[in-house]
Design a protein around this ligand. Structure first.
Ligand code: 5GP
Length: 114
């Protein structure tokens, strides 16, 4: 797949406000936040869309959700709550083709998102 802006963030070729990193994942603040807390949690290994997740990717995709819980507890909003969203392709509103979990928090969130 072609490289996206998120690979450049992983490689520190462009700046981002990184809030978490380990060997498999990176989390950073969304440049256009939609809530008081809006983070993007991404695998370091690029996967284009949710459709492209394979059996071999199960550990890394599960890891993204584990990271979310770690951040929520660390930053003190686990009990208040938060939303985790992965958009897929055009109808899902995906604009960056490197899978990412949006982590939204910091206020009661509306639903449904349309
Ligand atoms: P999607 O629309 O693919 O689900 O989400 C992509 C997200 O990436 C958007 O919320 C957008 O604001 C964010 N984004 C796009 N480019 C950048 C960037 O260069 N830096 C950061 N921090 N976020 C970005």
């Amino acid at each position: 797949m072609s490289e996206t802006i998120f690979t450049k963030i992983i490689n520190r070729e462009i700046p981002a406000e990184i809030v978490y990193e380990d060997d498999l994942a990176l989390a950073f603040k969304d440049i256009n936040p939609q809530a008081p807390v809006h983070l993007l949690i991404i695998p370091k290994q690029p996967i284009a869309t949710a459709n492209a997740i394979t059996q071999d990717d199960r550990e890394i995709v599960g890891h993204l959700y584990w990271v979310a819980g770690q951040i929520a507890r660390r930053d003190g909003f686990a009990d208040d709550g938060y939303r985790l969203v992965m958009n897929c392709n055009d109808d899902g509103g995906q604009t960056v083709y490197h899978i990412h979990v949006h982590m939204l928090a910091g206020k009661p969130l509306g639903w449904p998102p349309y």
